[in-house]
Each structure stands twice: as structure tokens, then as C-alpha cells.
Write a protein that binds this ligand. Structure first.
Ligand code: PTJ
Length: 246
């Protein structure tokens, strides 16, 4: 990490930018990832760079959904790896999920670099390299998944995902948890649980909720999931962005 003044008013944002830049230099993040980050930042600025109450509720519902899942998988792309590798490893441990590298702009080199980066941060097993499964209705490279990973998952967390892929995964009957700062994106609109928050805040908060909910009766977890309404959370996020109200 570089030396940033912690009292700088935009400290968190500068740190995030630096991590994405370092990700590009390390061969983890794609150049398009820089553009995606800029887009996300604009929404985060309008949200006040904070987890709004509806996002916290979504993170809690996501934790409950992951604890209820038979085979949860956390999908990791080049931006996610650069921003929150150790935090993804911690979430996977808290909810007993697989981690799978799944790229929009897939290259073997970047797949390997991301898997190595996740292992450096404590992941024992990283899926995605076998690529013996396919998501129907997507072009060849974009459709590749592991048959025993995302292919067999009942619940998938897809952060910063492209809309086409989010739709194709939902069409497969997977319960999708999407993390995306844009409440109007197709990914967020497609998700069973849309989380409109910066991934930097969302993932540790999901882990904290999972740790708190660990050991709860499945009935309690089901109630938390059922009480969460995705369309309401998206409307609340849009309202917060437009008016500053929460
Ligand atoms: O590593 P790859 O090849 O899989 O590519 C990853 C990117 C992100 C480049 C690719 O999936 C892509 O182009 O995504 P989009 O279509 O730009 O969508 C990314 C979405 O994530 C946008 O809606 C952004 O607002 C949002 N976003 C960006 N940064 C963050 C974010 N959401 C939460 N936290 C962020 N830090």
C-alpha cells in the first residue's frame, strides 16, 4: 500500500483507486476495470460514501441467504480481487462458500494471476480454472464456469457484474446476490438480493452479519430473507442518490 494521509477527506476513495491501479499493474485488473471503478465512485459519492440502511438490510439478508444455501459460491473478477481479496476469503470462511474466479474479459493469464493473489491472501481452493461448465445463452469465453463451482451453485454472489451475465445466471435458476453501486444497472435489477454499496464496505459487513447470525434457526434466517424486498431496496437507494434522503 502507498502512504496516503489518513486525514485526507477522500482517504477511502484514494485508497480504493490506488488498489485498482495496483491491480492493473499486477495483471489482475483489466483496463476496463479502471473505467468501472470511476463509474462506481460517482454513485458512491452521491450516496455519501456510506452504507445506507437499505444496503445494510440487504447485506444482512444476503448473509442469511448464504447461510441457508447448500452450495454458495462467491464470484471474483479483476476489480473484486484488487479491492477485497482478504475480505472475500473471510466471507467464504464465515458462510462456507466456494470462491470462483469468473471474468468478463477472460484470459488464462489473468485467471492464474487472480487465483494466485487469492491464495496469497489465504484462500485454500480457488475454482474457475477447470472451466468444464457453461452458462447457456452467453458467448463462449463469457460462458465458462466450473461445473462443480458456479455450475452447481444454488446461491451466487456476483459483485460488479455485467448485466448479460447476471441475467443468464438468474435464468439458470440461481439465487443471485449482486453488489453494485448503480441501482439502475441490469445486474442490480436482476438480483434476488441487490446490494447498492461499495464492495469495500459491503463484503466485511456481510461477514459481520454472517458471524452474528451463525447458529440461528433456519426459520429465523428464512424470515430475514423473506422480509427483504429487492425492489424496495433499489427504490431506497435511488431515492438516496437523487435526494440525499435515506
Ligand atoms: O475482471 P473482469 O474481466 O471480469 O471485468 C470486470 C469489470 C468490472 C470491468 C466488468 O465486469 C465490467 O465492465 O463491468 P461494468 O459493466 O462496468 O459494471 C460494473 C458495475 O459495478 C457498475 O455498475 C459500477 O457502478 C459498479 N461498481 C464499480 N466499482 C464498484 C461498483 N460497485 C460496488 N463497489 C465498487 N467498488
Amino acid at each position: 500500500e502507498i502512504d496516503l494521509p489518513e486525514d485526507h477527506p477522500r482517504y477511502a476513495s484514494l485508497l480504493t483507486r490506488h488498489r485498482i491501479e495496483a491491480g492493473v499493474e499486477k495483471g489482475i485488473t483489466s483496463k476496463q476495470g479502471l473505467i468501472a471503478q470511476g463509474r462506481g465512485e460517482a454513485f458512491d459519492y452521491l450516496l455519501g460514501e456510506q452504507t445506507i440502511p437499505s444496503a445494510d438490510a440487504a447485506e444482512r439478508a444476503a448473509a442469511a441467504q448464504l447461510l441457508l444455501a447448500d452450495h454458495p459460491v462467491l464470484s471474483v473478477n479483476g476489480n473484486v480481487a484488487a479491492l477485497v481479496a482478504p475480505e472475500i476469503v473471510a466471507l467464504a470462511a464465515a458462510v462456507d462458500a466456494d470462491i470462483e474466479v469468473n471474468l468478463f474479459n477472460r484470459t488464462e493469464k489473468r485467471m492464474e494471476a487472480i487465483a494466485a493473489h487469492l491464495r496469497e491472501h489465504g484462500a485454500d481452493e480457488v475454482k474457475g480454472l477447470t472451466a468444464d461448465g457453461r452458462i447457456p445463452n452467453l458467448s463462449h469465453e463469457r460462458a465458462k464456469v466450473d461445473a462443480d463451482g458456479i455450475g452447481a451453485a444454488d446461491v451466487v454472489v456476483v459483485p460488479l457484474e455485467d448485466g448479460d451475465r447476471a441475467e443468464a445466471l438468474a435464468d439458470l435458476g440461481k439465487t443471485e446476490i449482486v453488489i453494485d453501486l448503480n441501482p439502475l444497472s441490469r445486474s442490480a435489477q436482476t438480483a434476488a438480493i441487490p446490494i447498492v454499496d461499495n464492495i469495500i464496505r459491503a463484503v466485511p459487513n456481510m461477514t459481520a452479519h454472517a458471524e452474528e447470525l451463525h447458529g440461528s434457526e433456519s426459520e429465523t434466517l428464512h424470515t430475514i430473507v423473506d422480509q427483504f424486498v429487492g425492489s424496495d431496496a433499489l427504490a431506497a437507494a435511488e431515492e438516496a442518490i437523487r435526494t440525499g434522503a435515506q
